[in-house]
Design a protein around this ligand. Structure first.
Ligand SMILES: [Ca+2]
Ligand SMILES: [Ca+2]
Ligand SMILES: [Ca+2]
Ligand SMILES: [Ca+2]
Length: 318
């Protein structure tokens, strides 16, 4: 259409203005020219061609406004398209750029696509710290958008336990290797005080690796003690506040001698069976630790009976 329109613009001035000029400027030749024009006009081919061309042009001209309008209409259409784009509907499940980064078809936020059709996050810095040193915040691609996540990491950490070392994150938790515990050995008997402990890779000076001393104030009081004692410890005190006799840390006060002594007469024989504590009036013969009591060490026969030889012995314990 642009080609025909250009041709028309040239043709109209020629048909009208050129004829008028020739008629007015040259009177003598006007007939000839008129006849020429008439001839030309009389030319069945030329006339209709001109008219046809003119009609066609006129038609084309008539069409011009329509085309212009159509073109204008075409120009209007893109505007209409833009108008459609700017009225994107968030929540319809279709991502309508440029106004929407995403559209997951719901009005739920935090699931990767917010209720305003923007990503729930764009970078890790957008994600709130969950307070766990063993997770790393990430902004990751998810179905329908991008959402914050907390990925487990394997970074060094602090489990707040002074008795662990080499703390490191695993599966979202911080854990370290347990350091050995050490116990003070104040009395130097190689057994430590369970009431006090420290943790360290290597034993501090004066500390041992066991907690078996039941009294760290007396080196005679220790688990491997086999000796018996006729006096309570001068420095240790039992939990009950009583005298301390448990020299072997067994948890019990064990008297060394618990046997009742006796003398047995048989015919003319007088036998010691066995040596032991002389029974008390009530028949008992267990003596308290550190107490002195009669001890039948042997028996003798006099004229009519079998009699004990008695000595005073102090009960020993541990
Ligand atoms: Ca959503
Ligand atoms: Ca000790
Ligand atoms: Ca001790
Ligand atoms: Ca004991």
């Amino acid at each position: 259409m642009r080609m025909s329109r250009g041709w028309i613009v040239v043709a109209w001035p020629c048909l009208v203005a050129c004829g008028a000029v020739e008629a007015s400027d040259d009177d003598e030749d006007s007939d000839v020219e008129a006849s020429d024009d008439a001839d030309s006009a009389g030319d069945a081919d030329a006339g209709p061609e001109v008219d046809t061309a003119t009609d066609a042009d006129a038609g084309a001209d008539a069409d011009l406004p329509d085309e212009a309008a159509a073109e204008a209409g075409e120009d209007t259409d893109p505007d209409a398209d833009v108008a459609e784009a700017t009225t994107a509907e968030c929540g319809n499940g279709r991502v309508e750029a440029p106004d929407e980064e995403c559209d997951d078809g719901n009005a739920v936020s935090g699931d990767g696509c917010e209720d305003d059709c923007t990503f729930s996050c764009h970078e890790a810095a957008d994600c709130a710290d969950d307070g766990n040193q063993c997770t790393t915040e990430v902004c990751a691609a998810v179905t329908g958008g991008r959402a914050c996540g907390h990925d487990f990491n394997t970074l060094p950490c602090d489990d707040a336990d002074p008795c662990t070392t080499g703390d490191r994150c695993a599966a979202g938790a911080c854990a370290g290797s347990l350091l050995p515990s050490w116990y003070p050995d104040a009395d130097g008997d190689r057994y430590g005080d369970p009431e006090v402990s420290v943790c360290a890779a290597v034993a501090p000076s004066g500390y041992v690796g066991n907690a078996l001393d039941c009294c760290d104030l007396d080196n005679q009081v220790r688990p491997d003690q086999t000796a018996w004692f006729d006096a309570a410890s001068a420095t240790c005190t039992a939990a009950t506040g009583e005298a301390f006799w448990d020299y072997n840390c067994s948890g019990l006060v064990e008297p060394r001698d618990t046997v009742c002594g006796a003398c047995v007469s048989s015919g003319t024989a007088c036998t010691t069976a066995p040596s032991g504590w002389a029974p008390a009036a009530d028949g008992t013969c267990v003596v308290e630790c550190g107490a002195d009591a009669s001890w039948i060490s042997s028996c003798r026969r006099d004229a009519s009976s079998c009699l004990p030889n008695v000595m005073t012995v102090r009960q020993r314990c541990h």
